[in-house]
Design a protein around this ligand. Structure first.
Ligand SMILES: CC(C)(COP(=O)(O)OP(=O)(O)OC[C@H]1O[C@@H](n2cnc3c(N)ncnc32)[C@H](O)[C@@H]1OP(=O)(O)O)[C@@H](O)C(=O)NCCC(=O)NCCS
Length: 192
């Protein structure tokens, strides 16, 4: 589970977190009352250049429990070249949540002609968690994938099942000792 410090947020008169972008999420948080403005959108080429340090941080801080070989594999899979290839692939999705000039979070996904989309990576910078950025990215991905004709979206997670549940995802399975010997939950949501 990530810690939710919400350093990005500022005190707001409304007492609600306001997130801007194609999707809007509002929810009360107390105390303190906060307001943050975050935009989520498809990554630009300039965004891609900012992503490798996020993956490095995720591996260092959130996935430190994995052996070095697994961490290295995760980094290789998300090196700039791999991200560029994903960005150029019409079946793939690279979304970023931007706050001013920085990237607060990233979501990678895929949707093929079979109609089932998958979130393959989701990460929010630790000091920016708990203000709705992860939710914003997932909802934005759902919209994009639904627009591409996907009827269902699925995700496997070892670390954040409650997060996906909070977004209406239902557990469809548990993969025992799956990738890297970890148990992974399979969560899904029907888009139509
Ligand atoms: C999981 C993660 C993406 C959530 O991002 P976030 O921006 O903090 O999430 P949100 O602020 O949109 O939270 C939405 C809801 O999920 C809950 N939540 C967030 N992260 C959670 C977690 N790791 N476990 C359980 N619940 C979580 C929040 O409390 C919130 O619930 P609420 O609406 O009842 O208040 C972020 O914690 C992260 O990057 N973690 C490390 C990497 C990771 O675990 N990625 C997912 C693996 S597939």
């Amino acid at each position: 589970m990530g810690t939710h410090t919400g350093h990005l947020a500022e005190r707001g008169a409304t007492g609600q977190i306001r997130i801007t972008g194609e999707t809007r999420v509002s929810r009360a948080e107390s105390p303190p009352l906060r307001e943050a403005r975050i935009a989520a959108r498809r990554a630009t080429l300039a965004d891609l250049l900012r992503l490798p340090p996020l993956f490095a941080r995720a591996v260092r801080e959130d996935y430190a429990f994995y052996p070095a070989s697994v961490q290295a594999a995760i980094l290789r899979r998300h090196a700039l070249r791999a991200l560029l290839s994903a960005w150029l692939n019409v079946n793939r999705l690279v979304l970023v949540a931007r706050h001013r000039s920085s990237v607060a979070g990233v979501l990678l996904g895929v949707c093929t002609v079979d109609g089932v989309a998958a979130v393959t990576w989701l990460y929010v910078q630790p000091e920016q968690r708990g203000v709705g950025i992860g939710s914003l990215l997932v909802r934005q991905a759902e919209q994009v994938f639904a627009g591409r004709g996907c009827h269902k979206i699925t995700v496997t997670t070892e670390s954040a099942p409650a997060f996906y549940q909070s977004l209406g995802y239902v557990q469809e399975g548990l993969l025992k000792r799956h990738w890297w010997q970890q148990d992974f939950y399979v969560f899904s949501k029907f888009l139509r």
